[in-house]
Design a binder for this molecule. Structure first.
Ligand SMILES: C[S@@+](CC[C@H](N)C(=O)[O-])C[C@H]1O[C@@H](n2cnc3c(N)ncnc32)[C@H](O)[C@@H]1O
Length: 296
């Protein structure tokens, strides 16, 4: 460490390294420069540009240990998002930990579709995000829809997940005042007064079959199973959400669902049988079934 190295906070170990050295070591250990950079930036508390400027500065003992601990967890197989305790979703920086599913890029498209429907209805819109987990979809809508006249309900059957969603709701500022949080089994979480009055229901329910052997170990070992698996065919939760939609949606209300990449045909049939119209299956960026929409 050179004499003029800037030391910004707590004690520096005698053989203290600079961020450049710590980053190089983390990269070599992880074999992944992008993840090492994420971890070092997070430990430093700096954003990407500030971190680049700070590469020559000394790393405090506390920050060095923080990096080591995160690298150790990542090497053991824990997903990067849980190691960091945060993840970006659309415009939000979400608290994410093992109580909730890691928000996926394809779900950003689901939020986009729901947002477009919700933006197009009357100004006193009511949106419900069933099975909200971290709150990723519903909080994005609360954040991106007009502040006046918007109400977004977040529901989940997991009290742990709702604790995370509440914390994230507190992080979206004034739009958080438009958010309501409710614990319970799908529609049972909602007050009866919303029956027939919801403009947009959006849900990314669990949709993996219990015996699906394509699920990666990093997913099955770390993410909550209640957020992943749903019956022998993966359609149990989707059936429940689809069956209740006509009762809870307003006239012309819209249902937006994330679905599994091979579920388009089965979900189309469920939506049609439930008496919904304008049934559409949209694809994700990989060209696979991913989103189903339908109207009352
Ligand atoms: C696939 S995760 C989606 C989480 C979040 N909406 C997202 O897109 O990242 C499914 C969510 O549904 C919740 N869930 C599972 N069973 C439920 C039930 N019976 N009623 C309400 N929510 C349920 C899980 O706790 C989990 O948070």
């Amino acid at each position: 460490m050179s004499d003029d190295t800037v030391v910004s906070d707590d004690t520096v170990v005698s053989d203290a390294s600079t961020w450049r050295e710590v980053l190089a070591e983390a990269t070599a250990t992880l074999g992944d420069a992008r993840e090492a950079r994420f971890i070092c930036e997070h430990a430093s508390g700096l954003d990407a540009t500030e971190f680049t400027d700070a590469l020559g500065t000394a790393v405090s003992q506390r920050m060095g240990l923080h990096v080591q601990n995160m690298v150790r967890r990542r090497l053991a197989g824990e997903p990067l998002q849980y190691v960091l305790g945060r993840w970006a979703f659309r415009h939000l920086d979400l608290l994410v930990d093992r109580r909730v599913l890691i928000p996926r890029p394809e779900t950003e498209l689901v939020a986009q579709v729901a947002l477009e429907f919700a933006a197009a209805v009357h100004p006193n819109r009511v949106v419900v995000d069933l099975g909200t987990g971290s709150g990723a979809i519903g909080l994005s809508l609360a954040h991106e829809l007009p502040l006046a006249g918007t109400t977004v309900w977040l529901t989940d059957a997991s009290p742990d997940a709702l604790d995370v969603a509440r914390a994230n709701s507190a992080g979206i500022g004034r739009a958080g005042a438009n958010v309501r949080v409710a614990l319970g089994d799908w529609y049972a979480a909602l007050p009866q007064s919303l029956c027939g009055a919801v403009d947009v229901i959006v849900a990314n329910p669990p949709y993996i079959a219990h015996n699906d052997n394509e699920v990666a170990a990093s997913v099955a070992d770390y993410e909550p199973h209640v957020a992943l698996f749903s019956g022998d065919d993966g359609l149990a939760a989707l059936r429940t959400v689809i069956d209740g939609a006509r009762q809870w949606l307003s006239a012309n209300g819209v249902l937006v669902l994330e679905i599994g990449h091979r579920q388009g045909g089965a979900v189309r049939e469920l939506l049609t049988t439930a008496g919904l119209r304008d049934v559409t299956i949209l694809h994700d960026l990989a060209g696979r079934d991913r989103i189903a929409t339908a109207r009352v």
